[in-house]
Every structure is written in structure tokens, then in C-alpha cells.
Design a protein around this ligand. Structure first.
Ligand code: 5AD
Ligand code: SF4
Length: 444
């Protein structure tokens, strides 16, 4: 039997889908990237922004034609939208026979068999567990160059605009042993880079599910793994970024000089209304401390425009922060109401056209900054970790995507010789709008 997986949203969802794929293949199901060929399709959904439910409904609706041709075809829906809509999916689509939340995903590979044996059966796995549900250990024979490792689930912060604490539940940390053994296994199978994942990694271990290990201790232990070349983590909350963690950027060789640190907005008034628990001054001081320890430190961020009550002056303070910090990249979004959040009930919503104008203005400014930073890289020689290197013998030269130490995307043309090697030394020859172009100097 063949299956397909369609993933929306964050890196956590990507990591979840990767695991699901491995666990299903281990049970003998065959993966296909074409849903039309599949006997069942799983969705991993996201509800952080905009109209995600509509998007999922339309994507799931498109699969109706497969079900018309094959009455045994079925769909499973996981992730944040499944957590919210739950069994509502069963009423809407006769061929949706499974819904699962983040805490239910560990049971999915086993229940697929039941859905196949009992064609009338529908299964819902959306309750939150009172423990971190460790998943079956499955590893690919050859690991990708870069792997995501989940270190925790959920979030306790309840930022006023955010739905995550409702859809992913309270923060639950994995134990250090569970995280470390997974990291070791992937590195032994060839992974060069590990990206530790969590909604708020800085508060890893500070919940009743952890084993008392702090995030700094965890990083120190992961950094010791033999063969590991690069270590990253995301996402960090500025309020929990400790001095010890800042110092670590000067201590651990494998820790990459890049930090994704969501700022959201530059106005203290709006930060307070968002419940972010830091000020612009505190954020600036974190950046300054990190740059003191690692002068080449690169930052990326998340920004929201048009939060309820945001005035033109508030917005300009966000622009001001962009100029002051000079982020390498910024992911910017228009504020959107999420059901059940505090911000949904706030007065003084910003009209849509104003949000749109602010977004365009902010993105134009950031693009100039990104361009300036990328142009400054031209001529530099640096190490690139290539992702998903595959070689098609019919083509002489192929361009592969990689990343530099600072997490910038660098596209590199490689030939048959460089094929087997994921780490290459390149010279940056061109700056594009969202990426750099590198020419291979030698294989590392
Ligand atoms: N509206 C707009 N952006 C949001 N984000 C989270 N919730 C919302 C919302 N309701 C953004 C934040 C967060 C990123 C993952 O998504 O910037 O850091
Ligand atoms: Fe959402 Fe805030 Fe938690 Fe991030 S820290 S997941 S923005 S509640």
C-alpha cells in the first residue's frame, strides 16, 4: 500500500512528518510524493496564521476524486488544525477517517493498520497526554546532512496573539537521555548538522516533564557528539535567553553563529500588550551581548504588523529596530485573529489596508538590509553544508541548496566528484535577492 504526506507550517511539523514517514515505511507501506497514487494521505496542518482551516479544507476536498475512484482510499489529518476542528472533519469529509494532535501522533503508525482492516472505522487521537509521548525509534539508513530533533512540545507562554498553547498544549520537555540518544544515532548515520527544536527551547527542562537538565547543559552534551559539525536550535524566546547561553556561543565550536530570535514588534507598549515580557532595550542588549561574544553573529527574526492598538508611531519603532539590528532575514506577518486568544478580544483592531501597507513598507526595508548584507559576502570563502544532494547522471552540472554557518542559503553548482560530500568549501560569487551563489573551491 502506498501513502503520501502533505505538510504545512513550522519545522516541528516537518520533523513530525519525517518521523511518520520512517515509521510507516518500517511497517511496509510505500511512500509516494504523488497523492493520486496513494491508498492513504496524511496531512500535517498549521493554524498559526491567516485562514488555515480553509486551506486545509480545500486541499482535503481536492482528494475527493481519488476516493471516488478508490472507495478504500482514506485521509488522516494531524497537527494544529486537527487539534482544533477534531471530529468535525469526519462530518465534512466521508473519506477522512483519522484525526490526530501532536500528542496523538505517536500512535498513528499503529492505527493505520486498523483503518485498513476495518473500512468503516474512524479514529480520533486528539486528547492531550499527561506525559511526553516518546515515539518509536526509527532511523533512515543514511541520515540527511541536517536533521531536526524535537526536544520539547507545547508552550506555556500564552502570548496574546498566539494559538500554539491551545493547539500544542502545555510545555513538555523530553529527557536528556532521549534527546541525546536520538542525536547520536543520527550522527552515526551520517548527519552533520543537528537543529534542536521546540516552541521555546530556552525554557527546556523547566517543566514537570523534564529531568532537570537545563538547555545549556543539553547543548554542551550534544556538542560533544563525535562527528557533529554544526549545532543550531530554534525557537528562542528573548525573555528566557540566559547569560550562560550567550557565553556558550563563545565556547562551543560547533554552535553556529546564528540565532533566530523573534522580536515581533519594536514598541514597548505593544510588546506589553502582547505579553512578551521583554522591552526593546532588553532585546537590544541581548543582541549587543551576543555580538560582543561572537562579532560575526547573524540574527533572523519574526515580526508582526498591525497588532490591535498599533499606531503609526509604534510601527515606526519596529522599523527603527530593523535599522538598528540589521537582521539577516525577517519573517513578517500581518496580525490575524486566532480563536480563543486574548488579542482576539482586544479593541482597536488595525484595518486591513493599513496592515497591508505596513507589511509592504517593512518588507521593503528588510529587503534592502538583506541585500546589503548579502552583497558584503561576495568574494568571501566559506564552508557550505549541502542539503539533499542527489545526482542525476544525465546532467553534467547541478545546483544544490546549502547553508553557510550563518544560516544563509547558498546555492552551489556541483559535479560528480563533489557528489558524495555534503560539506564543501566555496567562494561566494553572486548575491541574489534571497540567496547567495557559491563556486566550489574544494571538498571538505
Ligand atoms: N498573527 C500573525 N502572526 C502570528 N504569529 C503567531 N501568531 C500570529 C498571529 N495571530 C507569528 C509570530 C510567530 C510566528 C511563528 O508566527 O511572529 O513568531
Ligand atoms: Fe506562541 Fe508565544 Fe509560545 Fe511562541 S512563545 S509559541 S509566540 S505563545
Amino acid at each position: 500500500m502506498k501513502f503520501s504526506i502533505i505538510t504545512f507550517g513550522c519545522q516541528m511539523n516537518v520533523a513530525d512528518s519525517n518521523w511518520l514517514c520512517l515509521a510507516l515505511r518500517k511497517r511496509g507501506y510505500e511512500f509516494t510524493s504523488n497523492p493520486d497514487e496513494a491508498d492513504f494521505v496524511l496531512f500535517n496542518t498549521c493554524s498559526v496564521r491567516q485562514k488555515p482551516e480553509q486551506k486545509v479544507y480545500s486541499e482535503v476536498g481536492r482528494l475527493r476524486s481519488i476516493w471516488r475512484k478508490n472507495a478504500n482510499f482514506f485521509v488522516g489529518i494531524g497537527g494544529c488544525v486537527a487539534q482544533q476542528v477534531g471530529m468535525g472533519f469526519f462530518e465534512r469529509f466521508p473519506y477522512v477517517r483519522l484525526v490526530f494532535g501532536t500528542d496523538g501522533i505517536y500512535m498513528v503508525p499503529d492505527v493505520i493498520g486498523q483503518l485498513i482492516v476495518y473500512p468503516q472505522k474512524k479514529i480520533s487521537l486528539i486528547s492531550f497526554e499527561e506525559f511526553y509521548p516518546e515515539r518509536e525509534k526509527v532511523f533512515p539508513e543514511k541520515a540527511p546532512a541536517s536533521v531536526f530533533i524535537n526536544i520539547m512540545q507545547g508552550c506555556d507562554n500564552f502570548c496574546a496573539y498566539c494559538i500554539v498553547p491551545f493547539t500544542r498544549g502545555r510545555q513538555k520537555s523530553r529527557t536528556k537521555d532521549a534527546v541525546l540518544s536520538e542525536c547520536i544515532e543520527f550522527v552515526e548515520r551520517g548527519a552533520k548538522e543537528i537543529v534542536l527544536l521546540g516552541q521555546n527551547v530556552n525554557s527546556y527542562g523547566q517543566d514537570k516533564f523534564g529531568d532537570g537538565t537545563s538547555f545549556v547543559e543539553l547543548l554542551k552534551d550534544v556538542a560533544k557528539i563525535k562527528g557533529l559539525k554544526r549545532l543550531r536550535f530554534t525557537t528562542s524566546h528573548p525573555k528566557d535567553l540566559s547569560k550562560e547561553l550567550i557565553y556558550l556561543f563563545g565556547e562551543l565550536d560547533v554552535l553556529c553563529p546564528h540565532l533566530h530570535l523573534p522580536l515581533q514588534v519594536g514598541s514597548n507598549k505593544i510588546l506589553k500588550k502582547m505579553g512578551r515580557k521583554y522591552t526593546r532595550e532588553k532585546y537590544l542588549s541581548l543582541v549587543e551581548q551576543l555580538r560582543k561574544i561572537r562579532p560575526d553573529m547573524a540574527f533572523s527574526t519574526d515580526l508582526i504588523v498591525g497588532f490591535p492598538g498599533e499606531t503609526r508611531d509604534d510601527f515606526e519603532q519596529t522599523l527603527d529596530m530593523l535599522r538598528l539590528i540589521e537582521f539577516e532575514n525577517a519573517y513578517s506577518f500581518k496580525y490575524s485573529d486566532r480563536p480563543g486568544t486574548r488579542a482576539e478580544k482586544m479593541a482597536n483592531k488595525v484595518p486591513e489596508p493599513e496592515k497591508q501597507e505596513r507589511l509592504v513598507e517593512l518588507q521593503e526595508l528588510q529587503e534592502k538590509i538583506t541585500q546589503k548584507k548579502y552583497m558584503a559576502r561576495v568574494g568571501e570563502k566559506e564552508e557550505i553544508l549541502l542539503e539533499n544532494v542527489k545526482f542525476d547522471s544525465k546532467l553534467e552540472n547541478r545546483t544544490f541548496r546549502g547553508r553557510d554557518l550563518w544560516n544563509r542559503v547558498v546555492n552551489v553548482q556541483i559535479d560528480e566528484q563533489t557528489l558524495a560530500c555534503e560539506l564543501v568549501h566555496v567562494k561566494i560569487v553572486e548575491a541574489k535577492k534571497h540567496s547567495l551563489l557559491g563556486k566550489v573551491l574544494n571538498i571538505l
